[in-house]
Design a protein around this ligand. Structure first.
Ligand SMILES: Cc1cc2nc3c(=O)[nH]c(=O)nc-3n(C[C@H](O)[C@H](O)[C@H](O)COP(=O)(O)OP(=O)(O)OC[C@H]3O[C@@H](n4cnc5c(N)ncnc54)[C@H](O)[C@@H]3O)c2cc1C
Length: 384
């Protein structure tokens, strides 16, 4: 791996996350994959190590908002388990709207507990009839005095049920289309806010994916983020910050799969030799390692650009997520192939990597949608 000129602080974060991954996550990854229980024991360790502070400003109890640091931590945690890592990364997704658009009172109220990992956050946009077409969400927020009354259902929400703090997008004015959406902070336990179906998933099974149900849910007007009508601006800016994190998750899963495949190839003998001695296998490793490194270079460059405050980062974030997740799925497929029939069995950890990698091509916008974002930006740029 290239060294990417990491600072001493970044090396420390990477080493810390690596240690947690090896000592606390790897030994329990299969257990949580099987039981689909929420991995609180690991979340507590991550919290005690202050890694939840990596995406929260210092004045609100964090270490500073730094997407590169978040990516380094997410990548290392994902090497051992993509499912447990996403419980961590999804809290960043739910927190970014408050960091980016919250007022001082909202930040003071919600960020310190999120920075300490005492509470987790989640982000609720997707609905049964509104996935890629997020502009067609039907959940409404009607203003009544000092409250907004929320009605509707969000589904497929990561950390649903286990998070305490939810940022939710709802329509305040249906007539205004995309400009009629607004974002709210909704606390678990608010009257009229309940949880529906918990999904039984292919991969990232340690992470909970749940329905959020709003039934005349009274949310204080002071929980509106930014202004009415800014819901999709909040969403897009949030994704610009969080998509490199999904890319880092994909990267970590791919790196973990490559390491497992190399280890296995040295132990498995066929034709009287370890299979690692066959050039056909070595070339697979060469392709896997090269593509991972190319993905890493793109993800880190994008994260650094976000941290440097570069504007118009949407296409770069989409590229990082698109490329790293496609590489991840391909690398995991090759890693499983190198395990032969054993790789297909649950006795070996590699099949889980393939299952975990798949989601990175789907959530926070499918890779078709990432291509749409990049394509549109290219047309805009080249017309200048
Ligand atoms: C495990 C999991 C966790 C999730 N976590 C969250 C979360 O925390 N918060 C949240 O809000 N959402 C979450 N999601 C939702 C996720 O972001 C959506 O599933 C995703 O955006 C796709 O929406 P959809 O599933 O409705 O698919 P659809 O939009 O129905 O897409 C179906 C297919 O059509 C393709 N397609 C759609 N439109 C186009 C187009 N214009 N051009 C080309 N192809 C197109 C898609 O790429 C896809 O292949 C999660 C989903 C999963 C599975």
């Amino acid at each position: 791996m290239l060294n990417y000129l990491l600072t001493d602080e970044q090396k420390m974060i990477k080493d810390l996350a690596h240690k947690i991954a090896e000592e606390k996550i790897r030994p329990v990854a299969a257990k949580y994959d099987k039981t689909e229980e929420f991995p609180w024991e690991v979340i507590k360790v991550i919290a005690a190590s202050d890694l939840f502070g990596l995406f929260i400003p210092e004045e609100y109890g964090g270490m500073s908002v730094n997407v590169m640091n978040l990516c380094l931590a997410t990548e290392e945690l994902s090497r051992a388990c993509g499912g447990i890592a996403v419980c961590y990364a999804a809290s960043a997704l739910g927190t970014f709207p408050i960091v980016l658009f919250g007022n001082d009172a909202q930040k003071k109220k919600y960020l310190p507990d999120l920075a300490k990992g005492k509470k987790l956050a989640a982000f609720g946009l997707t609905e049964p009839e509104a996935g890629s077409d997020a502009g067609s969400i039907k959940t409404t927020a009607r203003k009544e005095g000092n409250y907004y009354i929320l009605n509707g259902t969000k589904h497929f929400i990561t950390n649903g049920g286990d998070a305490e703090t939810y940022t939710v997008v709802a329509m305040t004015d249906k007539n205004k289309g995309a400009r009629g959406a607004s974002a709210f902070i909704v606390e678990k336990g608010t009257k009229g806010f309940t949880f529906g179906k918990k999904e039984d998933k292919l991969g990232i099974r340690a992470s909970s994916t749940m329905e959020l149900v709003f039934n005349d849910c009274k949310v204080p007007a002071e929980n509106l983020l930014a202004k009415e009508g800014m819901g999709f601006i909040v969403t897009m800016r949030t994704f610009d910050m969080s998509r490199p994190g999904v890319a880092a998750q994909a990267l970590g899963i791919a790196q973990g799969a490559l390491e497992l495949a190399v280890k296995y190839s040295r132990q498995r003998h066929q034709f009287g030799k370890p299979i690692s001695s066959f050039q056909g296998i070595q070339w697979m490793f060469a392709d896997m390692a090269t593509e991972i490194e190319a993905a890493r270079a793109l993800v880190y460059s994008c994260a650094r650009a976000v941290d440097a405050g570069e504007k118009d980062i949407g296409a770069a974030s989409a590229m990082a997520k698109l490329f790293a997740s496609d590489v991840s799925f391909k690398v995991c497929d090759m890693a499983l192939q190198i395990h032969g029939g054993y790789g297909y069995m649950k006795d070996y950890p590699i099949e889980k990597y393939l299952r975990d990698a798949k989601i990175t091509q789907i959530y926070e916008g499918t890779n078709q949608i990432q291509r749409n974002i990049i394509g549109l930006q290219m047309i805009k740029d080249l017309a200048k």
